[in-house]
Design a protein around this ligand. Structure first.
Ligand code: PA5
Length: 445
């Protein structure tokens, strides 16, 4: 069976095997806390066995709803933010054609509610005028402002284009089983719904209907995605030296303790850009608390070697890199020979573009390690559903262990509330009268 793999040998100039091994007891304890539910945040561990406990009937239901939307829509807008958006976006971008026009028979899946850009929303609504479109609205709480605004606007547009009854058949809501404004609305309007379990936090929800429905609508095989996740769930159960999630968790914490405060997730395939965005939320929200935590950053190479490359090679030595390396590409492009050879490229004529990319990757790795940037390397056999399922679960499991090694609650996000409180106070939301008064006084100072 092909599987994702991790190689940590290029961190060993910065930390030793003994430094990493010194975290083994904490790693074992972290793993045990996850499995026994004895750690902080233990009411949010529903993701842990989500791959193995998701019934086939739920996958079948998701596939059936996706098929219905695919048959009836040119465009489906997935509305959500943070964990209710990034996982689906990451997988769809990783599996999809780089150019939107090549969608085959699948509808275009667009996203909204992940920002409050007025022009973004105007342009989206303009684009949807006269098109057959559907909506998947995803919000665990049902009260998040960004998706609520987008849903209000697009629901109104869909109803005016189709009439209320038909519009209701093109809207699917994914939300809490019982609570929240979206659940109430869905019940009143008769929308098809899927449930986000109480014990599955947003950033750990991609393998639930939150991620699976938009991915299935876009035409991808969610059975294969879940199979990869099941394999990784089983492979990371036991405490072991070769438990890949523990290896990653221990190594990044050893590097953090050695002063490497920033982790850069590096890819050499533009399709992985949003995967890095998903990873940034997963690790940023899970670990950045109590004035601690590795800062998760990302670059898309070789593009960013021409922008961030200087800093990474030569800037402050507080960084380490984790490289996502895709072994096999789906297509073959060979560099042609040219008689005039004015660009001097004939020395690589006959080589695949990927061979050049791999040499860029290897050359960069050697340069960065020589320059004092330790590197971990995660190899992914190919950008296929099964391996993405493995990769998603691997990062989730490692994140739980890593957070416990770091000594934080990996499953809450108290810091996310602060901006909301200020925004509501500034917008004079009912119930925020005291905060409004306080923030106005602050502005006037
Ligand atoms: O990780 C989280 O919990 C958050 O980032 C949420 O995913 C995000 O705020 C969206 O929340 P909701 O799904 O309740 O609208």
């Amino acid at each position: 069976m092909k599987t994702i793999k991790i190689d940590i040998k290029n961190v060993l100039g910065t930390v030793s095997q003994a430094d990493i091994q010194a975290l083994d007891t904490q790693s074992a304890a972290g793993l045990e806390k996850l499995h026994n539910g004895t750690g902080e945040g233990n009411d949010f561990l529903g993701w842990l066995d989500l791959p193995t406990r998701t019934p086939a009937s739920l996958i079948d239901d998701i596939n059936a709803v996706a098929a219905d939307l695919r048959a009836n829509c040119e465009v489906v807008v997935a509305i959500g933010i943070g964990g209710s958006y990034l996982g689906a976006k990451a997988v769809i971008e990783a599996l999809g054609n780089s150019f939107a026009a090549y969608r085959g028979d699948a509808p275009q899946v667009l996203f909204a509610g992940q920002n409050i850009g007025e022009d973004y929303l105007y342009e989206l609504m303009d684009y949807l005028k006269g098109k057959k479109f559907g909506i998947v609205v995803i919000s665990k709480s049902g009260t998040t402002t960004e998706p609520a605004i987008a849903f209000r606007l697009l629901k109104e547009q869909l109803e005016s284009q189709l009439g209320k009854a038909e519009a209701s058949r093109r809207i699917v809501a994914i939300t809490d089983a019982a609570r929240g404004a979206l659940r109430q609305l869905a019940t009143e309007e008769g929308y098809k719904t899927f449930v986000i379990d109480d014990n599955v936090g947003g950033r750990f929800s991609v393998l639930s209907p939150v991620g699976l429905l938009p991915i299935a609508i876009a035409g991808y095989d969610i059975n294969a995605l879940m199979k990869g996740a099941v394999d990784m769930e089983k492979a990371t159960l036991a405490h072991a030296d070769d438990n890949i999630a523990e290896v990653y968790a221990k190594t990044r914490n050893a590097l953090y303790q050695a002063g490497k405060k920033i982790e850069i997730l590096v890819n050499y395939n533009p399709k992985l850009h949003y995967f890095a965005e998903w990873w940034k939320q997963l690790y940023g929200e899970s670990e950045g608390k109590d004035k601690k935590g590795i800062f998760p950053a990302a670059v898309d190479n070789s593009t960013d070697l021409h922008s961030m490359g200087q800093w990474i090679q030569d800037g402050e030595r507080t960084i380490f890199e984790t490289v996502l390396s895709v072994e096999e590409q789906q297509h073959t492009v060979v560099i042609p020979a040219d008689e005039a050879n004015l660009d001097g490229l004939n020395y690589i004529a006959g080589k695949r573009v990927d061979e050049v990319n791999k040499m860029a990757e290897l050359g960069t790795l050697i340069a960065h390690v020589d320059g004092g940037v330790p590197n971990m390397r995660i190899t992914i056999p190919a950008l296929k559903e099964e391996y993405l399922g493995q990769l998603i679960y691997f990062f989730e499991k490692a994140c739980g262990i890593s957070g416990y090694i770091l000594g934080v609650n990996p499953f809450n996000q108290p810091g996310v509330e602060d901006y909301k409180r200020n925004m509501f106070a500034l917008l004079e939301k009912p119930g925020y009268e005291k905060e409004t008064e306080a923030i106005k006084a602050k502005i006037a100072e």
